[in-house]
Design a protein around this ligand. Structure first.
Ligand code: COA
Length: 199
């Protein structure tokens, strides 16, 4: 059972002869997380996060540590009783293409299964990576409307070039609940304006 305070959630993996520990994040991880996420945000490939946002959402996060170096991170954010989003997924430049991203996704999938989710999704520029770890491309209308709230503060709101990808964890339940695409506009009293997709 994954819990926020479990020290280690995934068996240590060896990457480049280093032992990578993947575990739930804690508050002491925040400075390193800010450095990793906002480094990529500065290049326009991830949404920036503040210390306040990380503190508020710290229970969503998994971290992968290689000794004293933060090798990667990722978060699972719940939107509904059935769907969650993979957010803030990043591997340090020094550790890319050595399986760290896959390890973090595995940890997030295990957590999603533990919580009984039917599916998890992500918005991404790296759909080929997500294809390698079991996700497929979906129409944006298949995602919960609340998932679009981050888009409102995205600089690319009027020319969104991210791809929506999903990994279904419980195919039967997903099919039964989502045979009819949701009507866009209002969900749980929240009015949602969808970003414009760049073609
Ligand atoms: C995307 C990212 C997390 C991948 O992390 P990683 O640790 O390098 O990925 P892994 O080494 O676990 O790769 C798993 C598989 O995906 C492939 N892969 C990794 N990055 C890829 C990419 N950009 N495009 C296509 N395939 C990719 C790997 O080759 C590997 O394939 P294999 O199993 O056939 O060997 C990392 O490149 C990154 O942090 N990018 C910048 C931030 C970002 O874009 N985050 C995503 C936000 S949604």
């Amino acid at each position: 059972m994954i819990s926020a305070l479990t020290e280690e959630t995934v068996a240590p993996a060896t990457v480049n002869n280093s032992k990578i520990i993947v575990r739930k994040a804690n508050m002491q991880d925040i400075p390193a997380l800010l450095g990793l996420i906002n480094g990529y945000a500065g290049k326009g490939i991830m949404l920036p996060r503040t210390e306040f946002e990380l503190s508020e959402n710290m229970r969503d996060f998994m971290v992968a540590w290689d000794g004293r170096t933060l090798a990667g991170c990722g978060a699972l954010h719940f939107y509904s009783p059935t769907v969650g989003e993979v957010r803030s997924l990043a591997t340090a430049e020094t550790h890319k293409k050595h399986g760290v991203g896959r390890l973090i996704i595995q940890a997030l999938v295990t957590e999603a299964q533990t919580y009984g989710l039917d599916a998890i999704f992500a918005f991404t520029y790296v759909k080929d990576f997500f294809a390698k770890v079991g996700f497929h491309e979906v129409e944006r209308g298949e995602l919960p409307l609340k998932a679009w709230k981050d888009c409102l503060r995205c600089p690319k709101f009027n020319s969104c070039d991210e791809t929506a990808v999903m990994r279904v964890l419980k195919p039967d339940r997903w099919q039964a609940r989502h045979a009819v695409p949701p009507v866009l506009g209002v969900e749980d009293g929240l009015v949602v304006i969808l970003p414009t997709v760049r073609r």
